[in-house]
Ligand binder design. Structure first.
Ligand SMILES: [Cu+2]
Length: 218
């Protein structure tokens, strides 16, 4: 299954986010990554998930969430249950990587040293959306989507996704995007955006065929 996520309409201009500490290393501000568009308004960082696929291929690969130049790389990742997730610090400053599923904390790891690597796989034992913040830097945010099957993909810089080896059948397919309309800042000065957006469609995949599903974000 393949397809695209396109932005429709006039995209908002997102303000850069001020850096609150370690400006000598991190710089004065960082661009917002809440909405990242390619040349044809393809949207990077949307997550496409096939619902209710109980069997089929094995894991979707592992995730390395890197604290790199004071940004989370990648800003949006997806993993299937049981896939390994590591958090890394590539910077010479302390980052504290803190994952939330709704309000509850699912992991909280201090990374004072450059090239530190911590395995958080066992903290991600149920599917859901993990919002990742850095307790040290209010400009840093990322998302990890933990899906209940390997049939999940993140759109690339052109807004394209591909989910390989889907067994024939009719499925619900959901596109998730973090949400991009600014809602001010919280008490710590972190930018707040609207709630994530989701769109669910139905797709039928015939034997030996590739289905195309296109999504729009507006
Ligand atoms: Cu940080």
């Amino acid at each position: 299954m393949t397809g695209t996520l396109k932005f429709i309409g006039t995209p908002p201009k997102l303000e850069p986010i001020p850096v609150n500490k370690n400006r000598d290393v991190c710089g004065e501000s960082k661009p917002s990554e809440a909405l990242v568009l390619g040349p044809d308004h393809g949207v990077k960082g949307g997550v496409v998930m096939l619902e209710g696929v109980a069997r089929g291929k094995k894991g979707s690969g592992d995730v390395l969430l890197d604290n790199h130049k004071c940004l989370f790389v990648a800003h949006v990742t997806a993993v299937s249950l049981g896939g390994r997730v590591h958090v890394k610090n590539s910077d010479p400053v302390l980052h504290n990587t803190h994952g939330f599923m709704g309000k509850p904390t699912v992991f909280n790891v201090a990374l004072p040293n450059k090239d530190q690597l911590i395995d958080v796989t066992r903290r991600l034992a149920k599917p859901g959306v993990v919002h990742v913040l850095c307790d040290a830097h209010t400009h840093m945010a990322a998302w990890i989507l933990v899906h209940d099957s390997p049939y999940v993909a993140v759109t690339d810089e052109r807004g394209v996704f591909r989910i390989a080896d889907v067994p024939p059948g009719t499925y619900k397919v959901t596109m998730w995007h973090e949400g991009f309309r600014g809602r001010g800042v919280d008490k710590d000065g972190r930018p707040v955006y609207e709630e994530p957006q989701t769109v669910t469609r139905e797709v039928t995949i015939a034997p030996r065929a590739v289905a195309t599903v296109d999504f729009e974000l507006r």
